[in-house]
Design a protein around this ligand. Structure first.
Ligand SMILES: Cc1ncc(COP(=O)(O)O)c(C=O)c1O
Length: 467
């Protein structure tokens, strides 16, 4: 019998973690957590470790696995494509690419009354880069607006329009850094206004900047603005699942239209029914000039991303062959799953079930809020739900407690529901004190009840640990 090679034998988790510590870059986000888990299986709303401990996942790969892990229908689409045309250079055509583009473009035409085209790339940030190219090509302007609290990815171009300086600090000068404008974060309104009566004072302040050339944005004689586009997240995602007040985007769009500033709608995290509508921007009654898609487009299977842009921005006359390209961009495995995702959504009643489940979840969390003053705010749009953790005053951000709860969840030692379980939560927010919940759209009421019970158990333990 041959000697077992070390690489062939089953390594224990501690052995694997030792190898990870030595050979994996720590430059990604794995080491944000204190508890490092190695998962071996996933199904529906659950991740499982080697011992079979179920971890209820309430963040679903930051909303990439929106339709649940290991979804049979999407897996079947992938397997079918593997068995027929698994590989093809994206310079050549295949049916799924054409049909997926058609679905997205026809949907946009129906909803926004605008003809447009779809261009694929690989990851979210790369699609943001493509959107930046389309903006620059059309407007011949580099400067853009983005929101404080925004997150558009970590390539250099996307980092330049992502608000955190921390992501730019080590990587040289960002000449194209966006001009960051306050987001309507009403729970922490910097103007101390009440959202019912403020008449969008934050927007009025932005609007005032166009009144005189001395405020740096426009030449008031020519009415030319120095800025070509405003990149927005319709619900600010990494910023803490912040839902803007109704009417905000409509008012913003009026200002942008006056100065021919394009509206670029980043749907990477909120798209594909996360909020109950295919695109989150549909809640706000405005038509974007460009949409950026990613994550759930393939439910995390063989990722691809895309932009949709209005015809005048992306027609072959203005955006000719070779304008942008990536080897893996419209690969057949990704487009086949994307096409199945679109078909599944069309056949689903997510428009009804997602808001229903969201309301059920939020009302259970609001009941917790009554018991624990540290739960400062609970809000949601569909199944994009935020829980903002605070000190006892219900307002001062409490990062320590948030981290403690997250790590307790990941320890896999919770016992609610009569069995050892874990809870997977993602943390976002300006003060890293917001749980950004993005459960599977197929989550059941029973799983929501369990999620709330596990959260309460982790919260109670977190309060003791941080007392
Ligand atoms: C709104 C938004 N835009 C862009 C990105 C970047 O996408 P990716 O990580 O696929 O590059 C993300 C990722 O979290 C996101 O949430």
């Amino acid at each position: 019998m041959g000697k077992t090679k070390k690489s062939d034998r089953k390594l224990s988790d501690p052995e694997l973690l030792e190898l990870e510590a030595r050979h994996c870059s720590w430059g990604d986000t794995v080491h944000y957590a204190k508890e490092l888990n190695i998962f071996t299986r996933c199904e529906g709303s659950y991740l499982y470790d080697d011992k079979g401990t179920p971890f209820l996942d309430l963040q679903m790969w930051y909303s990439a696995a929106t339709f649940g892990y290991n979804h049979p229908r999407l897996k079947a689409a992938l397997v079918k494509q593997i068995e027929t045309l698994p590989q093809l250079a994206c310079q050549y055509l295949h049916k799924e690419k054409i049909l997926l583009s058609t679905r997205i473009a026809q949907d946009a035409q129906k909803k926004f009354g605008a003809q447009g085209r779809v261009h694929f790339n690989v990851g979210g940030a790369s699609a943001i880069e493509d959107a930046i190219k389309v903006v620059r090509n059309h407007t011949k302007k580099n400067p853009v607006f983005a929101f404080m609290g925004s997150y558009h990815g970590r390539t250099l171009g996307a980092t330049a329009i992502t608000s955190s300086y921390r992501y730019r600090e080590k990587f040289g000068h960002f000449g194209d850094r966006a001009n960051f404008v306050p987001y309507p974060y009403c729970f922490r309104c910097p103007l101390k206004k009440d959202k019912e009566t403020c008449n969008f004072e934050c927007l009025r302040q932005f609007e005032r900047l166009f009144e005189s050339e001395y405020y740096s944005l426009v030449n008031t004689k020519t009415r030319q603005c120095e800025f070509g586009a405003f990149f927005v997240e319709p619900v600010q995602a990494t910023g803490g699942y912040i839902i803007p007040p109704k009417g905000y985007f409509k008012e913003l769009k009026k200002i942008l239209d006056r100065y021919k500033i394009l509206l670029v709608d980043d749907e990477i995290q909120m798209g594909f029914c996360r909020t109950g509508k295919l695109w989150a921007i549909e809640h706000f009654d405005v038509t974007p000039d460009i949409m950026v898609l990613g994550k759930a487009l393939t439910n995390g299977l063989n990722p691809i991303s895309a932009i949709w842009a209005k015809e005048e921005l992306i027609s072959p006359e203005v955006f000719p062959p070779g304008s942008t390209h990536a080897t893996f961009s419209s690969n057949p495995l990704g487009t086949a799953v994307g096409l199945e995702v679109m078909t599944m959504i069309e056949e689903s009643d997510f428009e009804k079930t997602v808001p229903q489940k969201g309301r059920y979840f939020v009302s259970a969390l609001k009941a917790l809020q009554k018991k624990y003053p540290q739960v400062g705010e609970v809000d949601g749009l569909g199944l994009a739900i935020r829980i903002e953790m605070c000190q006892k005053d219900g307002f001062t951000p409490n990062r320590e407690l948030t981290d403690a709860i997250m790590n307790i969840g990941l320890s896999g030692q919770l016992t609610s529901g009569g069995k050892k379980r874990g809870l997977v939560l993602d943390v976002g927010g300006y003060y890293k004190n917001v749980f950004t919940l993005a459960p599977s759209l197929d989550i059941t009421e029973k799983e929501i009840d369990l999620g709330v019970a596990l959260f309460e158990e982790a919260l109670a333990k977190g309060l003791v640990a941080t007392a």
